[in-house]
Design a protein around this ligand. Structure first.
Ligand code: BV8
Length: 229
């Protein structure tokens, strides 16, 4: 049975109303990455960073999955082989659409992390710097987000899945951020078929054998229908 690994990025959530990073007016046009998505930025101004994630958590809580998320959940339900979603996104739209096999390699807005004892718990809608950890009571709660310079989560599990994949697809990602942008190379090396589904060619488009350009809510359901035929 064919094993499918799907990497998703901010583009899959764009039609659900959540901002991407590098599109016109995207999140990185409103904030400097080093101020809101690095450990140094958090140390320098924890209020700014916690508020940046509070705003995105509130937005994500109100957002609904779109036809692309729904199609990937349908693929997981009906495909005979394994389907793993590796998402760079920190929203929970894949889970809201019913996907169960999801790895959040850059963390998740609905999770809080203790910087001292590494305990994790469901994040309140609004976090504040100095919130106490429910386990060790230290005032060291932080968003459970992988910032630049930090190590993405579950890399061994991801690399193992890529080494066994028959199909690797990337949906809605610009291919700017590593190690995620390098997954297509790993997949190719082990013989997977590689597919890019994006609004426009990503930085790594030349690494993909097959491309489908357009909105994810249109290209992903079509792609899934073909796979399940
Ligand atoms: C690491 C936090 C070591 C959560 C994010 C110099 C100094 C320090 C580090 C580095 C350096 N040079 C390189 C690095 C590594 C660095 C990196 O890659 N930097 C880049 C900028 C050069 N990476 C890291 O630091 C990573 N850690 O390397 O540790 C290591 C590595 C391996 C093993 C062990 C140790 C950590 C990276 C994680 C950083 N955290 N976010 C948050 O705030 O959300 S990254 C951030 O970018 C988001 O997570 C986001 O998901 C990710 C990627 O962006 P995209 O999802 O691709 O979004 P983007 O806006 O770019 O693109 C959207 C795409 O969608 C576009 O192509 C658009 O056309 C398309 N689209 C739009 N609308 C639609 C659509 N497609 C379809 N339909 C639509 N409707």
């Amino acid at each position: 049975m064919s094993k499918i690994v799907i990497l998703t990025g901010a583009g899959i959530s764009a039609e659900s109303g959540l901002g991407t990073f590098r599109d016109e007016g995207g999140l990185w046009a409103q904030h400097r990455i080093e101020d809101v998505a690095t450990p140094e930025g958090f140390a320098r101004n924890p209020n700014l960073v916690v508020d940046f994630y509070n705003a995105r958590r509130a937005q994500a809580a109100e957002a609904s999955p779109n036809a692309a998320h729904d199609a990937l959940a349908r693929l997981e339900r009906h495909h005979k082989g394994e389907v793993l979603i590796v998402t760079q996104n920190v929203d929970d739209l894949h889970e809201k659409a019913g996907s169960q096999n999801v790895v959040h390699m850059h963390g998740a807005l609905n999770s809080a992390l203790c910087a001292r004892c590494e305990n994790r718990w469901p994040a309140p809608l609004r976090m504040a710097p100095g919130d106490a950890c429910p386990s060790c009571a230290a005032p060291s709660a932080r968003p459970d987000i992988v910032w630049f310079g930090e190590i993405p989560y579950q890399m061994e599990r991801i690399e193992a899945a890529l080494s066994r994949a028959n199909i690797f697809a990337a949906v809605g990602t610009s291919g700017n951020v590593y190690p995620a942008a390098g997954f297509v190379q790993l997949a190719r090396m082990t013989g997977a078929r590689t597919v890019e589904l994006n609004l426009e060619p990503s930085v790594t488009v030349s690494d993909f054998e097959e491309t489908h350009f357009g909105k994810a809510s249109e290209t992903v359901p079509k792609w899934v229908d073909n796979l399940l035929r």
